[in-house]
Design a protein around this ligand. Structure first.
Ligand code: KG4
Ligand code: ZN
Length: 333
């Protein structure tokens, strides 16, 4: 029997979840809207808002799960990677809470947790599987051999896929975070309206910085001829950008699946909420005989449920850390 309370505060979502014997019974997420005014997450502001949110979010999670503090068996928290000031709030709170309640502490790697979100609900992937983890800070193809035995076999050498979405959105004058807005406009546009240069990168790695620049130059050139180019063609531009990013992501995933002879394929991270990616992956499942695993929307973007399920599996292994644990903004995979 175990009740795990988990805290996620690596970026701009303050989230607390409860995992009761491997089942998620609460997952409260407080989004920070303040960053919309700045076109990106402002670390200092994020940290301050985490401080304001953390206690109400803990109370709400306990209420949702109908448990009290004395029912908790361990406190799990995101140790990294992420913004240091944001992580500090969650890590300090977890440590104080564990000290006050005399409970063990479980440190979780945020990128592992995105992948382990697949173990919240059915169907669960079988080991070994490949996971394309695509978020605002990371783009990785991971060979997952067991819950905590994972190997990165390909990754972005510069920008993450989420950044490619968000930076393109910024060029188009859309507010932060632009990924979901590009997705929304793309649904109404023609994905083949415009073609963008596809990066030629070796092995299973990615690059998105040149791609983003090519979009910027394309838009500037079009605007010279028609100053209203963006407004008049927003849906087609979004659909074409999204189509290109999805093709870039899936081409390397197909290569990895072939190279490793694996047909159990999952996606994870904020960009896995993208409908273009979800649909294209579903199509590949049919074409290539893959078993694909796509997380529920609420477990794609940052959430504490994924930290709680990772914490549950560490609890079963009795894998705890001491009060000397510190946040690790560049935590190794
Ligand atoms: O995993 P996540 O919530 O936070 C990080 O750990 O980075 O990912 C956030 C990223 C942002 O770049 C956001 O624009 C992107 O996920 N994102 C999307 C969609 N929903 C979130 N990108 C494309 N389409 C979406 N529907
Ligand atoms: Zn994340």
């Amino acid at each position: 029997m175990s009740v795990i309370l988990a805290i996620e505060s690596s970026c701009d979502e303050t989230s607390v979840a409860i995992c009761n014997n491997g089942k998620i019974t609460a997952n409260v997420i407080a989004n920070q809207t303040i960053h919309q005014n700045y076109g990106g997450v402002i670390p200092e502001l994020a940290s301050r808002v985490h401080q304001q949110n953390i206690i109400p979010v803990i109370h709400q999670a306990l209420a949702d799960a109908k448990v009290s503090k004395k029912d908790i068996n361990a406190i799990a928290f995101t140790r990294g990677p992420g913004l240091l000031g944001s992580l500090l709030v969650g890590v300090s709170f977890a440590k104080s809470f564990a000290l006050a309640l005399n409970l063990p502490l479980i440190a979780v790697n945020h990128m592992h947790a995105h992948i382990l979100a697949h173990y919240i609900d059915e169907p669960k992937p079988e080991f070994p599987f490949l996971c394309l983890t695509v978020s605002g800070g990371h783009t990785q193809i991971v060979l997952v051999k067991d819950y905590f035995d994972m190997e990165i076999i390909g990754e972005s050498l510069d920008d993450a896929a989420g950044e490619a979405f968000d930076k393109t959105a910024k060029i188009l004058g859309l507010p932060y975070p632009g990924g979901p807005l590009i997705d929304k406009h793309a649904a109404k546009g023609n994905p083949l309206a415009y073609k963008f240069a596809v990066p030629q990168i070796k092995d299973l790695n990615y690059s998105f910085s040149g791609f983003k620049t090519s979009i910027l130059y394309f838009i500037r050139a079009q605007e010279k001829q028609n100053p209203d180019f963006i407004v008049e063609n927003l849906d087609d531009i979004c659909a074409s950008v999204q189509h290109s990013i999805v093709q870039i992501l899936l081409n390397k995933l197909k290569k990895a699946a072939k190279q490793y002879g694996i047909k159990e394929i999952a996606i994870a991270g904020g960009v896995s909420a993208n409908s273009g990616l979800r649909n294209a992956l579903g199509q590949l499942a049919t074409d290539l005989g893959w078993n694909v695993y796509i997380p529920a929307f609420e477990y794609c973007t940052d959430n504490a449920a994924m930290i709680a399920i990772a914490g549950h599996h560490k609890f079963m292994r009795q894998e705890f850390v001491g009060q000397d644990v510190a946040p690790a903004s560049r935590m190794e995979f």
